[in-house]
Ligand binder design. Structure first.
Ligand code: ZN
Length: 294
């Protein structure tokens, strides 16, 4: 009896370890899918995958895992975890190469550098890096494994409130020190490049922004982390999100932005939606659905 208990316990522990190892950031194959937007060539760059456990800490932070599982089941998905893509965007026009967000970086390692190479761009050719917000899955790729700046010749634009917040985080001190000479801050809502305007979308971090890219009457909005799951965030936009700095503002922002995006039939890029993360938000009575661009 005693040996059965011990062997069962070992089996249980092994099972826990296996599932725990499958959670969190995971490597992904590089990817670089390109389309045109007026004078811009836009490329969705693949970096990694983040498997978030359905334990009530992130999705459905105020309703619990059972309610989240119901939404996932309805969508034909497994219920123990929510798989998010981690992607970034490249916007090229003439000699400009603008990267929006930089993935997880050397920790995983993320595939962003390989994806950029697939797109035919060397890191030293990147002229501007725009950051939607300073979470590690968006700024991790600003430095290399050797703790050097990954984009040596680029101006790195970060909203003033997020740059201030980043500098207060001791665990990010090394990254902050490395990138500081290249950082240029802006006020959310300001233009950040020719044809690219920052859009204030509050709640996720102190200075979280989206970026509206416009050329010749065509537009694309990189929504940053306004939404995370193409299933849960759209089915239940009013649920609290554990990654939001201010959950109350985050849920209000999410509902308002999604309503506007659907009404405007606005083409968007969502860094955590299934790769390549480009498409439209469609309104369905009290919730929304994702329509990927073919
Ligand atoms: Zn994120």
């Amino acid at each position: 009896m005693k040996s059965l208990c011990i062997s069962t316990l070992i089996a249980c522990l092994a099972a826990v370890q296996v599932s725990a190892a499958d959670m969190g950031p995971q490597p992904a194959q590089p990817g670089a899918e390109t389309f045109t937007l007026g004078d811009f060539r836009i490329t969705s760059l693949r970096d990694a995958v983040n498997v978030v456990p359905n334990d009530g800490s992130v999705f459905g932070a105020d309703v619990g895992p059972k309610a989240v599982a119901e939404v996932l089941t309805k969508a034909g998905q497994k219920t123990e975890a929510i798989e998010l893509s981690v992607d970034a965007l490249l916007a090229r026009r003439g000699s400009e190469a603008i990267v929006i967000d930089t993935g997880l970086g050397p920790a995983i390692p993320g595939a962003l550098a390989s994806s950029l190479s697939l797109a035919g761009v060397k890191p030293d050719e990147v002229t501007t890096v725009l950051i939607t917000h300073v979470h590690s899955d968006h700024i991790g790729g600003l430095i290399t494994r050797e703790k050097q700046s990954a984009f040596k010749h680029a101006v790195i634009k970060i909203s003033g409130p997020d740059w201030k917040w980043l500098q207060q985080q001791p665990e990010m001190a090394e990254l902050t020190r490395v990138i500081a000479p290249q950082v240029s801050t802006f006020i959310p809502g300001e233009d950040v490049a020719m044809g690219i305007k920052s859009v204030r979308i509050p709640g996720h971090t102190p200075g979280h922004v989206g970026y509206m890219i416009s050329s010749k009457g065509e537009t694309l909005l990189d929504v940053g982390d306004t939404v995370h799951s193409s299933i849960v965030s759209l089915a239940k936009p009013d649920w609290g999100m554990g990654y939001d700095s201010d959950r109350a503002i985050g849920r209000t922002s999410r509902r308002e932005v999604l309503t506007q995006l659907a009404a405007d039939h606005q083409l968007i890029f969502a860094p955590h939606f299934p790769y390549p993360g480009v498409g439209w938000i469609v309104s369905q009575s009290d919730h929304f659905e994702w329509l990927p661009k073919k």
